[in-house]
Structure formats: structure tokens, C-alpha cells
Design a protein around this ligand. Structure first.
Ligand SMILES: Cc1ncc(COP(=O)(O)O)c(CN[C@@H](CS)C(=O)O)c1O
Length: 408
């Protein structure tokens, strides 16, 4: 059953009316970044037109208003993912920065020779490279739980790898390449069974499904505003309050301090301790608006719509013997499908798709080790959101026919 009113929603995104070479845009690159609805764009414009000032409670009216709006945005975003409140929600640039915050502020202090960080083979570079490099700096070891032939995380192998030497289990909630939805709560339990912490990368889950970080019991969780109808320049680090309290900041400067002398400094309370310098004010306020926008649609409806489109795309692409699809079956995946067309390089395929105004991602999707494991240099990825339709999937398939004619 149709779970949301796509045509009404499409009216919120004027960009979808754009035409290239006489073809209307078919935007299927939502895993890279989503489009931005008018009311979120308006929230940004209204901020700069009416409320713009620096935050942290300057004494003048504008600063008071901007400070309250920015601080309240933390509460709204916390509520969106089931966190207790602003103390557990740090605003930064993006998911990548959120992961680096934990790697530097916790990892450098807590990891040493003999300690282990367990990840999965499907991790995005934001996690994989970060923990790989922090391990090198600290003498710790990284291990990778296998992805099986169907694209699922091998949970038995994960259980085997996590031992009392494990200090951190860092896993992606939804794979941006495979579409696999990992059992985040179970992963957290495995980590906690060995007194390890658990970091769940939620960049591809928060925009697409209901997420409750308390039910999941992740110790850290990260996501980006630009993938969920928000602007770029805002990412969110959720952390259990006692962990963020214990962690020392790694970015210093104004805003994050309480008292500074020539000899010593003390830190501001959470979350400001981790928000050094002038923060992403308009972006944070706009992200709160994006949360309202998505909640009005309903995250269950967002999930149902995206996964139905992914299943439809999986079925349509499966009609062709020369198309190889990555990841789990069509009825058990998030709102994306990565595939290859015969021996046509993903870049060539996506070039032809672009000639038909079909926008997809081609490459390794920042998961090069996973592509190496799969024995492929790259893949083409179609990823869906609230404004996409089955007709747009059909246009993708038609455009692939042209690529087949040209290259195969
Ligand atoms: C699972 C996962 N984890 C982290 C990131 C990083 O998000 P940033 O907002 O860029 O910091 C992403 C963003 N993946 C984009 C760019 S590579 C994609 O096209 O798939 C992601 O998918």
C-alpha cells in the first residue's frame, strides 16, 4: 500500500522539476545526499533574515534568540533519535567528523597495544580509515567481521572476533553500498558482553527508518543532516552522557571553555564542550526543521516507501542476465541498489544514465575494501527517498538499455 503522498511531497522540492537535454531529472543519488524541501530552505533563509547572531548567550536580543534556537535544535534532534536531550547530542560538520571526535577524544586516550577495534568489511571510510589510523597511532589492532556471499554481516564471525581484548565495536547500521540493514542492537549486545563500547554509524539509517538509540543501546551513534532533508555542514554525534562527560575534548578554543587562565582552562558543560568555535548555527536550526518535516510524513512511511522502491528496482534489474546486483534480496534491504551492467565500467554506465538525466552514484561509495573483497573495481548505485517513484525506476532501466546498446 502506498505509504506516503509522493506527488504532494515532490511539490516541496522544486529542484525535481529541472530538465537536462530535454529529460526531467530523475534523482536517484539520495545515499550521497538528499534534496532539501522548501520549508528547510526557508528555515535557513529566515534565520539569516531575522535571527542571525552568534550564539552562547550574547546579551543582545538577536544573540539570545539565535542561542535559544540553536540550543533547542539539539533537543529536537535528540528527540528524533530517542536520545535523552541536548547533553547527549553534539553538532559538528558531518558523520565523518563525529566519528573522528570519538576516535580522537576517546580512542587516543583509551586504546593501546593489545587493544582491539572490531569493525565489519562493509564499513564506510569514515569509520574504517579513522579506526585504522587511530589503531596505528596507539598500537591497537583492527579486525573486520566478514560479509557473507549474500551481503549479510556474518554475526557468528563477529561474535568470534569480539573478545575481552576488544575495546570498541564500530559497525555501520545500513550499508551505503549493499543496502544491508545490520542488527545494531545485537551488535551492541555483543560488544557489551565483553565490556567493549559500540559505535553505530547511522548515516544511512536515520534518514530512512525510525531509530531509537536508547533501545539500540549504542554508546555512540553518528549521522548527517544533508542525507535527511537537511543542509550540508551539520552532522550529529550521539553519545551516552557519562561517556561524553568522561571524554576530554580534542578541538579547543572559544565556546567550549568555562574558565581560561594563562596556565589552565576548564571546559563548558555538555554538549558545548565538544563544539569549539562558532558552530553550524543555521544548519542546526534547519536540521530541526528537517526532523519536523520527516516526522510529519512518518518515519515508518519513509521506510516503507524507500524499501518498496528498492525492492521494485531489485526486481526490475533482476530481469536482465547481464546485471549483477550487490547485497541482500530485494525484500530485505534498505532504500538502495548497487549493481554492475556486464563489463561496462560503472563510470561509463552512469555517464549514459546522466545523458537521460538519471542521477546515480558510480564508484566505490567510500567502501574500497568492500569492493576489493567483492572483486570489482566499482559499482553503480541507485538510492531512493520520499520523492522517488516506480516510474523513475523504469526510467533508470530504460536508460540502462541505452548503456547496454552502446557498451555491451
Ligand atoms: C554509511 C556512511 N557513513 C558515513 C558517511 C559519511 O557521511 P558524511 O556526511 O560525508 O560525513 C556516509 C556518506 N556516504 C556517501 C558519501 S561517500 C555515499 O554516497 O554513500 C555513509 O554512507
Amino acid at each position: 500500500p502506498e505509504s506516503l503522498d509522493v506527488e504532494r511531497i515532490r511539490g516541496d522540492f522544486p529542484i525535481l522539476e529541472r530538465e537536462f537535454a530535454g529529460e526531467q531529472l530523475v534523482y536517484l543519488d539520495n545515499a550521497a545526499t538528499s534534496q532539501t524541501p522548501d520549508r528547510v530552505v526557508d528555515a535557513i533563509a529566515d534565520y539569516y533574515r531575522t535571527t542571525n547572531a552568534n550564539v552562547h548567550r550574547g546579551l543582545h536580543q538577536l544573540s539570545q534568540e539565535a542561542s535559544i534556537a540553536y540550543e533547542d535544535a539539539h533537543d529536537r534532534v535528540a528527540d528524533f533519535v530517542g536520545a535523552d536531550g541536548r547533553e547527549e547530542v553534539v553538532f559538528g560538520k558531518n558523520t565523518t567528523e563525529a566519528m573522528n571526535t570519538v576516535a580522537y577524544a576517546w580512542g587516543l586516550a583509551e586504546l593501546g597495544p593489545g587493544d582491539e577495534v572490531v569493525m565489519t568489511e562493509m564499513e564506510h571510510h569514515a569509520a574504517l580509515v579513522t579506526w585504522q589510523q587511530i589503531a596505528k597511532k596507539t598500537g591497537a589492532t583492527v579486525k573486520y567481521a566478514r560479509v557473507d556471499d549474500e551481503g549479510y554481516l556474518d554475526m557468528d564471525h563477529l561474535r568470534e572476533l569480539v573478545t575481552d581484548d576488544t575495546e570498541m565495536v564500530s559497525a555501520v547500521h545500513v550499508s551505503n553500498t549493499l543496502g544491508t540493514i545490520n542488527p545494531a542492537s545485537e551488535i551492541a549486545d555483543i560488544a557489551h558482553d565483553h565490556d567493549a563500547l559500540c559505535f553505530i554509524d547511522g548515516a544511512q539509517s536515520v534518514p530512512h527508518m525510525p531509530v531509537d538509540v536508547k533501545e539500540m543501546d549504542a554508546d555512540f551513534f553518528a549521522f548527517s543532516g544533508h542525507k535527511m532533508c537537511g543542509p550540508t555542514g551539520i552532522g550529529v554525534l550521539y553519545g551516552k552522557e557519562h561517556l561524553l562527560e568522561e571524554m576530554q575534548p580534542y578541538l579547543y578554543g572559544g565556546m567550549m571553555i568555562e574558565k581560561v587562565t594563562f596556565e589552565e582552562s576548564t571546559w563548558h558543560e555538555l554538549p558545548w564542550k565538544f563544539e569549539a568555535g562558532t558552530p553550524p548555527i543555521s544548519q542546526g536550526i534547519a536540521l530541526a526543521e528537517a526532523c519536523d518535516y520527516l516526522d510529519e510524513i512518518g518515519m515508518e512511511n519513509v521506510q516503507r516507501h524507500g524499501e518498496a522502491l528498492a525492492e521494485y528496482a531489485y526486481d526490475r534489474l533482476s530481469e536482465f542476465d547481464d546485471i549483477t546486483i550487490l547485497g541482500p534480496p530485494g525484500d530485505d534491504r534498505a532504500a538502495l541498489v548497487s549493481f554492475n551492467l556486464g563489463n561496462v565500467h560503472a563510470h561509463d554506465a552512469s555517464e549514459i544514465l546522466n545523458d537521460f538525466a538519471v542521477a546515480v552514484r558510480a564508484g566505490d561509495h567510500c567502501t574500497q575494501p568492500l569492493h576489493d573483497k567483492l572483486g570489482i573495481p566499482s559499482s553503480t548505485r541507485a538510492s531512493f527517498y520520499i520523492y522517488n517513484t516506480e516510474e523513475e525506476v523504469d526510467k533508470l532501466v530504460e536508460a540502462l538499455d541505452a548503456a547496454r546498446e552502446l557498451f555491451a
